[in-house]
Ligand binder design. Structure first.
Ligand SMILES: Nc1nc2c(c(=O)[nH]1)N[C@H]1C(S)=C(S)[C@@H](COP(=O)(O)OP(=O)(O)OC[C@H]3O[C@@H](n4cnc5c(=O)[nH]c(N)nc54)[C@H](O)[C@@H]3O)O[C@H]1N2
Ligand SMILES: Nc1nc2c(c(=O)[nH]1)N[C@H]1C(S)=C(S)[C@@H](COP(=O)(O)OP(=O)(O)OC[C@H]3O[C@@H](n4cnc5c(=O)[nH]c(N)nc54)[C@H](O)[C@@H]3O)O[C@H]1N2
Ligand code: SF4
Ligand SMILES: [Mo]
Length: 738
């Protein structure tokens, strides 16, 4: 019997915990938190342990599948690529590049191979139809951060180890483990904040797990955050509580903001928010009168009609109350690799642009090269020049994750050709003509590209594969390169490594000019994502500069630190003005597009409240739509319940433990009711990502308790017009006993 111990970053959520994994004779025998990990210090949640179930899941795909006569059949990689080479290039030749579309989903954010090589596929297809889960999620935050600070990953993060007051709006880190903020063991850090006399305050339409440990919780009507935040900003001006602190020299646009929020008094917004005016004033007071304070807001404030405005106003509040770029306020991470806010000229940049092209059918503007996910179905179903006929999906399950998945399902069935890179035959990939599986996370190497830019502490951590990948199975970056070459009409067989060498040589030429040959030589021991990572680390802010700073980082050093928990790069530090990449070299507090959109909100202020609205919910044992098939997580009480306030249960005649029919127009779902005073009156909560009862999928454990699909009730037509983000909460429904 031989046992080995391995260290691996958990790829299942944004907490990015370091795991310690024991393997005996090729089998995983234990998974626990890695106590020495510089970021997570041993923290783990039940999902981390489920990586064993994921690895061993008999439903997880290990070979490609080709659909023949409506049935998916196992195929070799040669057969799968041949099928794609036969069908994709002729479609592109006949109908043009925009007849294709690509969609990339959430798990890709946790795979260095997918994240660094997906852009090569999108470029090779040459289509404007690029979609991702970002427009079901954080695009408003990305857009607001980009407009204010010059890059979409320049996100202001609460300095949780030093703050004395943390206001959390529309986030539930006790269930989600944090988002757009990599903060493993949020609960432990919040408890430490309270132990030093600080306060945690939560604003949420549900008394969540996070609200339950908070010092105060306030209900808010779903979708009303823009009004609350604008009124808080108004209050800072009206009461002369505005102070900019050390950020003052780098902030512009104060007067324009004061003007824009003039009508948003606490009294004017109170009814819309379902909050007392005094509470709103107090929230502003506490922020302005606590030396070290921070506001953090997440998906509840993004997935609504005014998502970009709400995301923007959060950082306006942080700035005007003197907490931007302050210890104990909000700070920016300084990542060791891949961060745009450490590249180029410090303090100045091109800023961000949107609307460089638009969606064919709706005219929705492009944001960071993407079109809204909610436009995908109509782009497939609407005839005309540029109609989408071929689709490639990468690690995404929009049939369950996207509003009105039923329509999307019908649209996918109408495609001429569909390829999915995915590890399951599920609700989305059942429509694919060819499915190409990735290796298990335990068979893959990893370094987080995005999350160190969002982390509570600076660090660099690398994970080697825990188990060897099957010899005949390509890494996902190799699959992406092969698909890209096929899309460009190259003939089979293709050598992914040779394609990579050629592209790397080109990239090096572009990035390093006269030094390109030296860079190619210095990184020649690596290929694929490892090579890109070595380059990023060495040319990054802590890097060895390819030998110029011998004490600096390179991939070999980061790899060597893996078993000791990675490399700690210290606490976040103030970074103004060096991290800015705006054209003005300032924090742009008053982007014109946002001021203009605030007028839309003004008109909406007096809209009457619907009688009953629905919002989503996360549970620590789930992950969007794809982990209900893992026995260790699926067991226990059924989690896909509709939480209903006792008064609403009485009004609508539904009972605890009974079934209710929830309706939005002609669409309906049936869900088990749990009557609970943790809900705000007039608000029902149902988790998303369920509904595993569709024919043709192969998720045997999930199908035992399929659950109700929240997205059946949501409308693909509702979006935040600035970011293109879907509206996933606050949608009016009716309810009756089933
Ligand atoms: N109503 C409502 N809807 C929501 C949300 C909500 O709060 N409410 N949340 C939204 C959010 S925040 C997000 S991020 C989206 C998520 O939506 P998606 O990005 O579509 O993610 P999932 O639904 O989790 O599906 C992930 C897919 O990736 C596959 N997969 C897993 N690991 C791998 C891998 O290693 N390689 C490959 N190739 N595939 C893999 C899974 O099998 C699955 O098909 O859902 C959104 N939908
Ligand atoms: N266990 C688990 N962890 C996850 C995921 C998962 O599915 N399961 N998904 C991951 C992903 S992809 C993401 S993006 C993150 C998201 O991370 P979080 O943003 O923390 O997501 P939630 O836990 O859904 O918390 C959102 C909160 O917003 C509240 N809310 C709903 N509507 C409104 C509103 O209009 N206003 C306000 N103020 N609040 C509102 C909800 O009641 C809920 O408590 O979680 C990640 N982590
Ligand atoms: S909180 Fe859980 S799912 Fe998230 S990274 Fe940590 S162990 Fe993995
Ligand atoms: Mo997400």
């Amino acid at each position: 019997m031989t046992s080995t111990t391995h260290h691996r970053i958990c790829p299942l959520c944004e907490a990015c915990c370091g795991l310690e994994i024991k393997v005996t004779d090729g089998t995983v025998t234990s998974i626990k938190g890695h106590a020495q990990d510089v970021l997570s210090a041993g923290y783990i949640c039940p999902k981390g342990v489920a990586l064993k179930d994921l690895h061993e899941d008999p439903d997880r795909l290990r070979t490609p599948l080709i659909k023949r006569n409506g049935v998916h059949q196992a195929a070799t990689w040669e057969e799968a690529y041949a099928e794609i080479a036969k069908r994709l290039p002729p479609l592109l030749a006949a109908h043009g590049r925009n007849a294709s579309a690509v969609v990339i989903g959430n798990p890709a954010a946790h795979k260095i191979g997918l994240l660094t090589y997906f852009p090569k596929l999108a470029r090779a297809l040459g289509t404007k139809n690029v979609f991702s889960a970002s427009t079901l999620d954080q695009m408003p935050k990305q857009l607001a951060s980009g407009l204010m600070f010059g890059h979409w990953l320049s996100v202001a993060l609460p300095d949780i180890t030093h703050t004395q007051h943390l206001l959390v709006i529309g986030a539930n880190p006790l269930a989600s483990n944090g988002s757009m903020w990599t903060v493993p063991d949020f609960k432990g850090k919040a408890k430490a904040l309270q132990a030093r006399g600080g306060k945690l305050v939560v604003v949420d339409p549900r008394r969540t797990e996070t609200a339950a440990i908070a010092d105060a919780h306030h209900f808010i009507r779903p979708g009303a955050d823009v009004f609350l935040l604008a009124a808080m900003v108004h209050t800072l001006f009206a009461k002369q509580w505005v102070r900019l602190g050390a950020a003052a020299p780098w902030v512009q646009g104060l007067d324009a903001v004061a003007d824009a929020v003039r009508t948003f008094t606490p009294e004017a917004v109170a009814a819309r928010c379902g909050m007392d005016a005094e509470v709103i004033t107090q929230l502003a007071y506490d922020l302005a009168h606590t030396e070290r304070a921070a506001v953090y807001a997440r998906i509840g404030t993004c997935t609504q009609e005014y998502g970009t405005l709400a995301s923007w106003l959060v950082d306006v509040l942080n700035t005007l109350s003197g907490h931007l770029d302050q210890v104990g306020g909000v700070l920016f991470a300084k990542s060791a690799a891949f961060a745009s806010n450490t590249a180029g000229k410090p303090g100045l940049g091109k800023g961000v642009a949107t609307g460089r092209h638009t969606a064919r059918v709706s005219g929705a503007p492009e944001v960071y090269g993407e079109l809204p996910m909610t436009c995908l179905a109509e782009e497939i179903q609407t005839p005309g020049e540029g109609q989408v006929r071929a689709l490639i999906t990468v690690a995404t399950n929009p049939v369950l994750s996207s509003p009105n998945g039923e329509r999307l399902s019908q649209a996918l069935e109408q495609l001429d050709f569909m390829v999915s890179m995915d590890i399951y035959l599920n609700e989305t990939t059942r429509h694919a003509d060819v499915i190409l599986p990735g290796v298990s996370p335990l068979e893959d190497l990893h370094y987080d590209v995005a999350f160190p830019q969002l982390s509570w502490r600076n660090h660099a951590r690398y994970s080697a594969p825990v188990l060897p990948a099957p010899t005949d199975q390509p890494a996902e970056w190799q699959t992406l390169l092969t698909l890209a070459a096929i899309a460009q009409g190259q003939a089979l067989p293709l050598d992914a490594n040779a394609l990579d060498d050629a592209q790397f040589a080109d990239d090096a030429q572009r990035l390093f000019g006269p030094h390109a040959d030296a860079v190619v030589a210095a990184t020649k021991t690596y290929r694929g994502p490892q090579r890109l990572l070595d380059v990023a680390l060495r040319s990054g802010p802590y890097g060895d500069g390819f030998g110029q700073k011998p004490e600096g980082l390179n991939l070999a050093k980061v790899m060597a630190a893996s078993d000791s928990g990675g490399i700690d790069l210290g606490e976040l530090q103030p970074r103004l003005p060096e991290m800015l990449r705006t054209p003005s070299g300032k924090v742009e507090l008053a982007p014109p597009a946002l001021l203009q959109d605030l007028e839309r909100a003004t008109l909406d202020l007096r809209r009457p409240a619907p009688d009953l609205v629905i919002i989503g919910r996360r549970d620590v044992r789930t992950n969007n739509s794809w982990m209900h098939n893992l026995p260790v997580l699926a067991k226990g009480p059924f989690r896909c319940t509709a939480l209903v306030h006792p008064d609403d249960a009485a009004r609508y005649g539904v009972q605890d433990g009974g079934q209710a029919t929830l309706r939005n127009g002609t669409r309906s779902v049936q869900a088990q009711v749990h009557v609970s005073a943790e809900m705000m009156r007039g608000v029902v909560s149902l988790p998303h990502g369920w509904g595993h009862n569709l024919p043709g999928a192969q998720l045997r454990v999930a199908a035992e308790r399929p659950g109700a699909n929240l997205n059946t009730l949501l409308d693909e037509t509702l979006r935040d017009p600035l970011s293109g983000n879907a509206v996933l909460g606050g949608v009016a429904i009716t309810m009756e006993a089933a």
